[in-house]
Ligand binder design. Sequence first.
Ligand code: SAM
Length: 322
Amino acid sequence: MTWRVLRGPERAVLSFASMRLLNPASSFLRRPVASLLRLPVQKRSFADSAPLTPPVPETGAEAGSGDSSNSKQASFRSSLNEAELAKFSAIAETWWDSQGPFKPLHLMNPTRVSFIRSTLCRHFKKDPSSARPFEGLRIVDVGCGGGIVSEPLARLGATVTGIDAVEKNTNIARIHAASDPLTSSIEYRCTTAEELVKENTKFDAVISLEVIEHVADPLEFCKSLAALTVPNGATIVSTINRSMRSYATAIIAAEYLLNWLPKGTHEWSRFLTPEELVLILERTSVSVQEMAGFVYNPLTGDWTLSDDTSVNFIAFGTKRNE
Ligand SMILES: C[S@@+](CC[C@H](N)C(=O)[O-])C[C@H]1O[C@@H](n2cnc3c(N)ncnc32)[C@H](O)[C@@H]1O
């Protein structure tokens, strides 16, 4: 197929959609999304076809020490949706019950961590075969829940801060992490991304998995995530696509047929399509570079990375230095 030169994010979405329609077998897994979408990359012209090579960021950004370019205090609207938070507060005791309501997250976790490991190692020029490749990286896990993602990140060597708006969650996470010397250093705090921004705190990588579909305003939330990310740092977000398949699987099957999740855990209308997430992040100075889907195999119970983003998907972006 031939590419048209695109001059705006809306055209990027059109192009993205047409790429999938014209060539449904095309794989964008682990390929630079920005080049596929022809999104603007570091203020280059849309017509610029040079390969995307993000500058290697300086790692070890100090929490609490903002960079001078962004030192003016940013303030973002609250991300809190009390009705959504109440759902998580009600089941906080079950975070580490691998057969409980968070079973799908436990099953999905090795695949999520694998995507994070490979994208962060590539971006920060770390050795993915090393036992602790994230040594020297400061990572914040926004909406950490009981710490299902924070813990493996700490074991991979990162200095991890986990934040969640529900205090019961951070209490459970703290107690669980304390039982292992490799995770006991995780700092858990009951707070929100927008509150952390006020402290002018920044991280090499900001990770928020399965949270954006529960916040008050996705764009405002992403602004906070971006503000927490150092220039040229990484922002990783996962969520559920607003597709017919997600209605059938993530809601009807998971909540009503299989009883994996309490009924009402998810509201379909709050889900975002991959195109919407790309555009939202783009508006917050985060350029999505890679995207992948998670696909569940009901026969094996395993989740695998895939180019099928029709239900669960994850996006890796880098913060532009502007
Ligand atoms: C589906 S859980 C995901 C937990 C964890 N990220 C994971 O994937 O294992 C969503 C979490 O986001 C938290 N949360 C929801 N809205 C939030 C907000 N505005 N700020 C911080 N945390 C929030 C909830 O309390 C809950 O722990």
